[in-house]
Design a protein around this ligand. Sequence first.
Ligand SMILES: [Zn+2]
Ligand SMILES: [Zn+2]
Length: 249
Amino acid sequence: MAESKKGLGGITNRVLDILFPPNCIVCGKERFWCCQNCLDAIECVNRDPCARCGSLKFDHECKEIYSPLSTTYYLDGLVAMTFYHNPQFRRLLHGLKYKYATCLIPSVSQIMNRYKNQRLDPWPWAGESRLALQAVIGSPKRIRSRGFDQAELLRDLVKEEFLPWAETVSLLDRRPSIQAQADLKPGPLRNANVRGAFSLKDVGAAELPKRVVLVDDVFTSGATMFDAARALRSAGVEKVYGLVLAIGA
Ligand SMILES: [Zn+2]
Ligand SMILES: [Zn+2]
C-alpha cells in the first residue's frame, strides 16, 4: 500500500492532477485536493479523551463505571487527533469516505503528522513491546458499494505514521448492520444496532495478539468501538486501545 501510494500510484495521481487540476474539497481553491488553509483550520486535540465515554473535559470524573458483569467493554486508552465538529474536517472526511479517498490520503497524513509532532503526553500503549493494529471494519454492504474500507485505509496510514513496528491484523468479521450507524442518533437504539455486530475470525489461540489498537475514523458514542473491543476481549485479547481520526458528536 505504501509502495503504491508513493510509487507509481503517486506519479499517476500527480499526472492526473496536472491534466485535470482538482479543486479543494472544502473551499474550492484550484490545484489542491485540500488546500493548506483548510488543512490548517483543522485543529488537533490536545489531551486524550476518556476511554469510557469520550469526554475531553479537563477535570472529568467518569460516571461510566466498569463492572465485570457489564455488557459494555471499554477501552484501555483512547487517542483522538481532531474534532468531528470542525467543518473543514467534516468535508475532508466526507470526501475520504465517498469519493476521493486516494487523492486525500496526503492530506490525512499531514493531519496525523501534525498531531504526532504536537503530542506531548506518552501514548496510552507506551511500554508495550508488541502491538497489533486492527481496523474497525465497516459493514460488508458498505464496503462493497464503496469498493474499499476507509477504516482499513486509516489503519495503514496509522501504521506508516505512528506505529511502523506494529503488526497489522484482520481478526474481526462484521455482520451486516440493520441501519447505517450515522443515520441513528446516539442513544440506546444506536448501541443496540451495533451490539454483537463483530465476531472473531477463526484464529488459533497462539496467533491471537494480546494487545490491540483499534483504528477508526470517528468516535461519537463509542458504541461501535466498544463492541469491537468486546469481541476481542472475549476471545482473550488482554488490552484494547482505540485510535481515531476525530472525536465528537
Ligand atoms: Zn481549501
Ligand atoms: Zn468518562
